[in-house]
Design a protein around this ligand. Structure first.
Ligand code: 3H9
Length: 686
């Protein structure tokens, strides 16, 4: 039963119960239409309260139905039925009223909510626009400007703001059901407000639409939905209700079938699957009420800030008083930046900084629940840290390393109770980047792994379980990307052309600009370590640049030249000469944008497939999340694995075979060939 009807004297209470989030499945839509008919026919009912069971109001259309043909009754008809009901309906909102859920609310004659409720139209985040009157009724209720903000950003507003906007009529403190019934009894005797559909949109200032279009286009970059949502609100403001509804529905259906919507839906479900690896079902994590970070450099300070932002008290350990002071200064610097950018008020920053206790005495950690090590990337240094931690921490304290490429198994050897040890790999800046690679060792206990995932949830991060290998998931793929980028240079492309092509594809930066920003020295250090292990990393140009101490922006030159105080990259003659020298004897060819993107991206997919085959990643979608949340891969492309599947894996194999034939990439792995034959990566996972 998705909908039940109860009577409270003259008030009918319609309760929606469709776990987990009361999404508007076909069955629920049908039940709502039937509820309208039943209550219309009941002379004893004066008003209707629409309320939801569970943790939220209706959170939207059922996204899992989007790949299939729409089934009647369609949501616009459900909303029209509620709006046209003989009895006034009162929406009683708790949790989130999102998307189709808010559209149902807009069909109601009155709207009330608890103070913690949030309301929004997040459709653009799924690559679509509202499809049941959201863009048409909202400007008729709260005005075009506020409607444009809500619809094009997709961000929800809280109850208080919603009340200020006129989106809800009252806030109910205390019991929502009782409060909404009292409200319904009150309005039952009053004149019913004009249905939103028959109201006019208040006129906007001259130039409003042009200004909005510019602002939305700048924000949306290559995402289609926000501008289409704006066009729909504009249409709704300039034309009659029926024409606007037809325009909105047509746009909704078109976008629903688009590649961007499919990619964004894929990410939506990937983000909900990643935090729950099947092996952890039913495992209770350890409680984390306090945390410590060892090392106060950029990474350590960022992790400390991430922990503070989640409300945990933090101890920051460094090796001596001067280093402690530098570490605390790094933390302060992060919060000063947040205040300057208007992200948080000064008082909040002060409180967060005050919650970090600095010290060089490991004794401070005697009762800490979680310690994250973020010291220099050297196995001996890290082992020494864990030996000291083993001596002072409670045996049940979780100990974690933030290493990005050392072997956590090797590191855990000196740890007492090694079952409480794991890798928690943050991405820089750690207080901002959403990705957390969670790396269990052979000894990590299930509840400790579960604690890593619980921590990610607390920190608002996207956790991805990663197995042990050089670079885990993200940096292992990055190594291939960089080597590929150099192969392109040696065969006729320039750094500027490669960077421009990858930006045009949707990345925030190309591979060379990104290295100049982050510094070439870290990768050089890793290559040195790899060579000492007998490996042969491919970086002929980067090696020469590092020999000249061209480490990037910080040294005034890397892959590009930089003028003092100017971050704009200028093509470098020195680099061009180095490339020419390194390329001697190699065949040269011309590269167009699509060719560059293929030659960077598809080898990345090839390596990612090996990662999947080796079970370093659990699912192809997890790899997509790593690239999106750790490396700025455009979300609307769905990640490299989704992109490859959408393109067709057989074609990916064919392009890689061609590149390999020219010596420009590794040939496709056996796994990739198998996935191509099966038509998807799922054959390799699970
Ligand atoms: C729309 O409405 C279009 C209309 O305009 C047009 C109609 C014509 N559908 O996030 P959680 C599942 S577009 C199906 O972990 P939380 C989710 O997969 C839609 N399933 O919970 C997960 O399943 P499982 C606009 C959905 O408490 C479970 O619910 N609406 C949907 O952290 C729990 O999810 C949105 O975009 C859905 N719509 O957060 C709202 N939503 O347990 C999207 C969730 O099997 N949803 N699931 O893995 C949210 O933002 C959050 O789920 C919410 C709760 C804030 C509601």
């Amino acid at each position: 039963m998705t909908v039940t009807i109860a009577r409270e004297n003259a008030i009918a209470v319609v309760t929606v119960d469709n776990p987990p989030v009361n999404a508007l499945s076909q069955a629920l839509r049908q039940a709502l239409v039937e509820a309208v008919a039943t209550l219309d026919a009941d002379a004893a009912v004066k008003a209707v309260v629409l309320i939801c069971a569970g943790r939220t109001f209706i959170a939207g259309a059922d996204v899992s139905e989007f790949g299939k043909p729409p089934q009647p009754p369609h949501l616009p008809d459900v909303v029209a039925a509620i709006e046209g009901a003989k009895k006034p309906w009162v929406a009683a909102i708790h949790g989130s009223a999102l998307g189709g859920g808010l559209e149902v609310v807009l069909g109601c004659a009155w709207r009330v909510a608890v103070p913690s409720a949030s309301l929004g139209l997040p459709e653009v985040k799924l690559g679509i626009i509202p499809g049941a009157g959201g863009t048409v009724r909202l400007p008729r209720l709260i005005g075009a400007a506020a409607a444009v903000d809500l619809v094009t950003s997709g961000s929800p507003v809280g109850a208080k703001k919603a009340e200020g906007l006129g989106l809800i009529d009252a806030i109910i403190d205390g019991n929502l059901r009782a409060g909404a019934i009292a409200f319904a009894n009150d309005i039952a005797g009053k004149a019913r407000p004009q249905p939103i559909s028959s109201r006019a949109v208040a006129p906007v200032e001259t130039g409003f639409w042009e200004g909005a279009e510019k602002a939305v286009a700048a924000r949306a970059k290559r995402e289609a939905a926000p501008l289409r949502a704006l066009a729909s609100v504009r249409k709704a403001s300039e034309t009659d209700f029926a024409s606007a509804m037809a325009f909105e529905r047509e746009t909704f259906l078109e976008l629903r079938g688009s590649e961007q919507a499919a990619a964004l839906r894929h990410v939506f479900f990937a983000e909900r699957a990643a935090p729950r690896p099947p092996e952890l079902a039913g495992i209770t994590p350890r409680a984390i009420r306090s945390a410590a970070v060892i090392g106060g450099g950029t990474m350590g300070a960022g992790i400390a800030a991430a922990l503070r932002d989640a409300g945990l008290p933090v101890v920051l350990i460094e090796r001596d008083a001067a280093a402690v002071e530098r570490g605390l200064a790094n933390v302060r610097g992060i919060y000063e930046g947040s205040v300057k950018r208007g992200r948080i008020p000064q008082a909040v920053a002060d409180e967060r900084v005050a919650g970090v206790i600095g010290g060089d005495d490991y004794g401070l950690l005697a009762d800490t629940d979680l310690v994250i090590e973020a010291v220099f990337e050297d196995l001996a240094v890290k082992r020494a840290v864990f030996e000291r931690l083993s001596a002072v921490c409670r045996p049940d304290a979780v100990l974690a390393t933030n290493t990005s490429y050392l072997d956590p198994d090797a590191m855990s050897e000196g740890v007492s109770h090694p079952e409480r040890f794991l890798g928690l790999h943050f991405f820089s800046p750690a207080q901002i980047m959403k990705l957390l690679e969670i790396v269990p060792t052979e000894a990590t206990a299930p509840e400790v792994l579960a604690t890593g995932f619980a921590l990610a949830r607390l920190l608002g991060k996207i956790p991805v379980r990663a197995g042990i290998c050089d670079g885990f998931i993200g940096n292992r793929i990055l190594k291939v990307t960089r080597a590929q980028a150099e192969r392109l240079l040696l065969s006729g492309a320039t750094p500027a052309a490669v960077d421009a092509a990858m930006r045009a594809f949707g990345l925030p930066m190309g591979p060379f600009e990104a290295q100049d920003l982050g510094g070439l020295d870290i990768a050089a250090f890793q290559r040195k370590a790899a060579r000492e292990r007998g490996e042969t990393p491919f970086a002929p140009v980067a090696d020469r640049l590092c020999a000249l101490e061209r480490y990037g922006q910080k040294t005034g030159g890397g892959w590009y030249d930089y003028q003092p105080g100017d971050r704009a990259p200028k093509p470098s003659e020195t680099v061009a000469a180095i490339i020419a020298e390194a390329a001697e004897g190699r065949a040269q060819r011309t590269w167009d944008e699509a060719g560059i993107v293929d030659a960077i991206l598809l080898p990345m997919v090839n390596e990612a497939t090996r990662i999947l085959e080796e079970r370093v990643a659990l699912r192809a979608a997890d790899i997509d999340l790593v690239k999106i949340h750790g490396y700025g891969f455009p979300r609307w492309r769905g990640g490299p694995m989704h992109h490859a599947e959408a393109r067709g894996l057989s074609e990916v194999v064919a392009v890689l075979d061609r590149l390999a034939g020219e010596g420009l990439a590794e040939p496709p792995s056996d796994g990739l060939r198998r996935a191509a034959e099966a038509g998807g990566f799922s054959v390799l996972a699970g």
